[in-house]
Design a protein around this ligand. Structure first.
Ligand SMILES: Nc1nc2c(ncn2[C@@H]2O[C@H](COP(=O)(O)OP(=O)(O)OP(=O)(O)O)[C@@H](O)[C@H]2O)c(=O)[nH]1
Ligand SMILES: [Mg+2]
Length: 262
């Protein structure tokens, strides 16, 4: 909950139209709300050791489940000379996905984001620690949020931002900064996963048997797509991983842990 500053009071509490929910970190089984009434999710990822398309797929499922438009923002492109190949790899996940390459420290490279940061529009920034979420918000607004160098050894951030914060743009848009996420665990997200893997769902629908396990059955749409190269094995394995995590959420053990928390 946002706590008003001294002398401020809430005028109206808006209904929740969209809500971003994740499973709490670690072994805990309860869910945690990241933000509500968000229109666009900036999935921020840097073009270095942090870059990982399977993680982007996880964030896409989170956005689709919440009915929020995802935009992948690739940062630190000033440090590499092949930004296009990073962009190309992300674009391969879904052709209609918007992917932007930026140097968060250079305002002139952020012009392409300008038409998203408009009046009445709320954007939440998510991603690992150190990818440049706060730097990006500082460059887009007059905010002066704390940022910190990433570790030289492993390129990881220092979890500099420790709470969520709202930042108003001059033209009326709202940006939400969030602390770096160590490992995004999805909450109930079955339909978000199906949207993030719409091609996989299409291949599954081509299987001869409704209960096909995609292993030894004949006329399996998945096996055919893997063999023809239409479906990348990494993507298929990531779909299975996310799908299995959802199945685990519905087990009695999980529910037991959940009710203990409530
Ligand atoms: N060269 C370069 N450095 C960047 C860029 N974006 C961020 N940085 C640097 O990366 C470091 C981490 O940036 P932060 O903005 O603190 O990252 P964050 O995502 O907010 O990290 P947490 O608050 O820990 O989640 C800082 O030293 C930034 O100056 C970029 O596009 N290019
Ligand atoms: Mg930060």
């Amino acid at each position: 909950m946002l706590i008003p500053n001294e002398g401020e009071r809430p005028l109206r509490i808006l209904d929740r139209e969209t809500v971003l929910i994740r499973k709490a970190a670690g072994k805990r089984t309860h869910d945690q709300t990241i933000a509500a009434n968000v229109d666009t999710l900036f999935i921020v990822m840097s073009c270095d050791q942090d870059f990982n398309v399977s993680r982007i797929e996880r964030y896409l499922a989170l956005a689709f489940e919440a009915g929020i438009i995802p935009v992948v923002v690739l940062t630190k492109t000033d440090k590499i000379d092949n930004a296009d190949s990073f962009k190309h790899e992300v674009q391969g996940l879904q052709s209609e996905l918007r992917v932007e390459c930026v140097n968060s420290k250079d305002k002139s490279s952020l012009e392409s984001l300008g038409n998203l940061c408009t009046e009445g529009h709320t954007i939440a920034f998510v991603g690992s620690s150190g990818v440049g979420k706060s730097t990006l918000i500082n460059s887009l607004t007059d905010a002066e949020q704390l940022t910190a160098e990433v570790s030289v050894e492993d390129g990881k951030g220092q979890h500099t931002t420790t709470s969520r914060s709202l930042h108003l743009l001059n033209d009326g848009g709202i940006l939400i900064d969030t602390p770096g996420i160590r490992e995004l665990q999805l909450s109930d997200c079955e339909s978000g996963i199906e949207d993030a893997f719409d091609d996989v769902m299409q291949f599954i629908s081509q299987c001869k048997f409704n209960n096909c396990q995609h292993e030894t059955e004949i006329k399996c749409g998945i096996k055919a797509a893997l063999e023809s190269g239409e479906l990348e094995r990494r993507r298929w394995e990531n779909y299975q991983k996310l799908h299995n995590e959802q199945k685990l959420r519905n087990t009695p053990q999980y529910e037991k842990g959940r009710s203990r928390k409530q």
